[in-house]
Design a protein around this ligand. Structure first.
Ligand SMILES: *[C@@H]1O[C@H](CO)[C@@H](O)[C@H](O)[C@H]1NC(C)=O
Ligand SMILES: *[C@@H]1O[C@H](CO)[C@@H](O)[C@H](O)[C@H]1NC(C)=O
Ligand SMILES: *[C@@H]1O[C@H](CO)[C@@H](O)[C@H](O)[C@H]1NC(C)=O
Ligand SMILES: *[C@@H]1O[C@H](CO)[C@@H](O)[C@H](O)[C@H]1NC(C)=O
Ligand SMILES: *[C@@H]1O[C@H](CO)[C@@H](O)[C@H](O)[C@H]1NC(C)=O
Ligand SMILES: *[C@@H]1O[C@H](CO)[C@@H](O)[C@H](O)[C@H]1NC(C)=O
Ligand SMILES: *[C@@H]1O[C@H](CO)[C@@H](O)[C@H](O)[C@H]1NC(C)=O
Ligand SMILES: [Zn+2]
Length: 585
């Protein structure tokens, strides 16, 4: 604009005045626009908040329950409240904990050592068979195994046109460290029950879910329940090792038998049963999972005697790369694609504790870049967990290099574990690492080989190698609109508000539960079930988070009420689903 003005500086008087006028009005318009922009954006995080938008966010569905809750709810009340039922149930879980089914990273494949697996899982299968005779002997239920010890229990439905339901858990538990045995209040494989809590390895992750599912199945059989949809219970036996022996085979079996996209819903462990955030009680079925990858970067340099070192050895150079990676973390992303986004909008909507400007920033995060930034900054500082629910993480977990004190290290290798943000991909994550390697490679004149491709020629100084050891993309997102979500979330609200929290002794007596989608930072067996349905839920009823339950740690335990809630939930959920007459009902 300036240049054009200079060109026309000698034009006629009239034109000059017109130009001045135009210029002045332009400037005024700019000032006006600036003020408007500034005000809207500063106010959007406070007074200028659109309350219509807030109203439409995080809508809760009505209570959902089966007809039996109205007609005769004696069974579900017995499950929740009856002391005799409670003790029987505690005994079943306690004995399940007593059967040691610990698995180890270095465990063989099943075909490599069938005896190892038989010794470990046969007693558990025998226990289930003798504890749940009504299921094992039912004329319409078949019990099958895959890859030795993957267990598939199929309760055939009356209507072949309805998609089956898959309910899963795992039989294995993480080991206990011998050095920590003395720290356990009760020995980890005693399954000690003190009337309030049940203690031991697997009591919370996740024999409670496995046993609870089968207990609810037996209650349904006693009740005369006849499923219209086929109900399948499937239990892997190496979830803690990644599921390649169990869930992978289960998934293949089910895809072969029923086809792709053939399931109404898959429900597995995971998610947060009940979380208390900023004064809001939440139930958070996991509707997504972050991806994961291990990237291994090697650096090859000429060796030599350590008395005449170059300015930087391979260890020194790779240290600079590590610093570059740690000092330049991934940007956070806070978008509606991420279940965490909806979780925090629910917290923002219902919390009386969140500061007002944060609340409004979160509720407005979809529409204003400034609000979005305020929300991201808040969540990133809140805790490491919330920080990494909205960003890709980088953890430098393994480093190898150097063999001798008087020899220059010729090869050094670092492994970076990334958990990939919901909105990102493996490719983007790898690209970010490559660009950092490139920065260092340019600085020290080194080549780069990615897998088998040269992306920068080797030099006399050496070269980097980059490989991905494992790749898991972020999981497809489970829809949270529509009937499946409505029934599931409505049933959670019902079980808590109308059953569990009716008890004046409950810590949450008369409290409301907000059901929102969520994600956990870890992965479950569900990574093998993506082809079965879009409706994958990671949720197990209960009153505590897995952190509070010390899952994987010393003194793993559950509040026994939580266990009863699993049984009550599935007792009602399966009946309720049965009352839907068609797929879209
Ligand atoms: C309710 O159901 C229970 C268990 O099925 C049964 O024993 C009881 O008689 C029923 N009560 C009524 C009023 O039908
Ligand atoms: C249940 O077990 C507890 C202790 O484990 C015992 O004190 C109580 O009497 C039992 N209740 C019933 C109804 O069996
Ligand atoms: C088994 O399934 C058949 C066919 O759906 C049904 O008629 C029968 O009542 C079922 N048996 C039991 C015990 O539920
Ligand atoms: C090593 O460092 C010295 C200064 O510390 C510098 O002059 C020299 O160029 C460096 N050598 C290389 C190969 O970069
Ligand atoms: C890399 O090396 C190949 C031969 O090995 C050569 O053809 C190519 O021009 C080199 N590329 C660069 C960018 O130097
Ligand atoms: C339960 O909460 C509601 C409102 O949240 C309140 O009106 C009611 O009095 C409470 N009931 C009891 C028994 O505390
Ligand atoms: C889904 O099926 C495709 C083949 O149709 C297969 O390549 C892929 O690995 C399957 N995904 C999962 C998660 O099993
Ligand atoms: Zn688990």
């Amino acid at each position: 604009m300036d240049i054009i003005d200079k060109k026309h500086v000698n034009a006629g008087q009239k034109r000059s005045i017109a130009q001045k006028l135009a210029r002045t009005s332009m400037i005024l318009i700019f000032i006006g626009l600036f003020i408007r922009f500034y005000l809207i954006n500063s106010q959007s995080t406070d007074t200028y908040f659109n309350f219509e938008v807030e109203k439409s966010l995080c809508q809760q569905y009505d209570y959902k329950y089966p007809k039996s809750f109205i007609d005769n709810n004696s069974v579900v009340l017995k499950i929740i409240n009856d002391p005799f039922f409670r003790n029987q149930s505690a005994l079943k879980l306690s004995k399940a904990v007593q059967i040691k089914t610990d698995t180890y990273d270095e465990d063989p494949l099943v075909e490599e050592d069938p005896k190892y697996w038989e010794d470990k899982f046969k007693p558990f299968h025998n226990y289930l068979k003798s504890t749940f005779p009504k299921i094992w002997n039912h004329p319409n239920i078949t019990i099958e195994t895959v890859n030795g010890w993957g267990l598939i229990v199929t309760w055939k439905g009356e209507n072949k046109d309805l998609k089956p339901i898959l309910l899963t858990a795992h039989q294995d538990v993480v080991p206990t460290q011998p050095s920590t045995l003395k720290d356990w209040t009760y020995p980890p494989y005693d399954g000690h029950y003190d009337g309030e809590k049940l203690w031991g390895r697997g009591s919370a992750d996740c024999k409670n879910l496995l046993i609870g599912l089968l207990e609810s199945g037996e209650e349904l059989i006693n009740f005369g329940f006849k499923p219209k949809r086929t109900v399948i219970y499937a239990f892997g036996f190496d979830e803690e090792l990644g599921g390649e022996r169990g869930a992978k085979y289960i998934s293949q079996f089910l895809v072969d038998k029923y086809g792709k996209d053939s399931f109404y819903i898959v429900v597995d462990e995971g998610g947060q049963s009940i979380a208390y955030e900023n004064g809001v009680l939440l139930a958070l079925p996991g509707t997504g999972e972050k991806g994961a990858t291990d990237i291994v970067i090697g650096l090859n340099t000429p060796g030599g005697h350590s008395s005449v070192p170059p300015n930087h050895t391979s260890i020194g150079i790779i240290s600079k790369l590590i610093s570059l990676i740690e000092d330049n973390p991934f940007e956070s992303i806070f978008s509606p694609k991420n279940p965490t986004f909806h979780e925090w909008q629910c917290i923002a909507k219902y919390s009386n504790e969140l500061p007002r400007h944060i609340k409004h920033a979160i509720l407005n995060a979809e529409y204003s870049a400034i609000s979005n930034k305020i929300a991201r900054d808040y969540l990133s500082k809140q805790s490491l967990i919330t920080k990494y629910l909205i960003s890709t993480s980088s953890a430098i977990d393994i480093i190898h290099g150097g063999v001798k004190s008087n020899a220059l290290p010729e090869y050094v290798e670092v492994l970076i574990n990334h958990r990939i943000a919901i909105e990102s991909t493996f490719k983007e994550t790898l690209k970010s690492d490559i660009s950092k390697v490139k920065t260092i490679a340019d600085k020290f004149d080194l080549g780069i080989i990615l897998n088998d491709d040269t992306i920068k020629n080797k030099t006399k100084n050496g070269y980097f190698t980059i490989k991905a050891n494992s790749v898991l993309e972020p999981a497809p997102i489970t829809p949270t609109t529509g009937k499946v979500w409505e029934l599931f979330s409505g049933n959670i609200r019902h079980v808590y508000e109308q059953l569990a929290f009716k008890d004046p002794k409950s810590p949450y007596f008369n409290k409301s539960v907000i059901v929102a989608p969520g994600i956990a930072t870890g992965n479950t067996d569900t990574k093998y079930y993506w082809n079965l349905t879009n409706n994958i839920y990671r949720y197990r009823p209960g009153l505590t988070t897995s952190v509070e339950a010390h899952a994987h740690g010393v003194d793993e335990h559950i509040l026994f009420d939580s266990h009863l809630q699993i049984i009550a939930f599935y007792f009602e959920y399966l009946q309720m689903i049965n009352e839907q007459d068609s797929e879209n009902d």
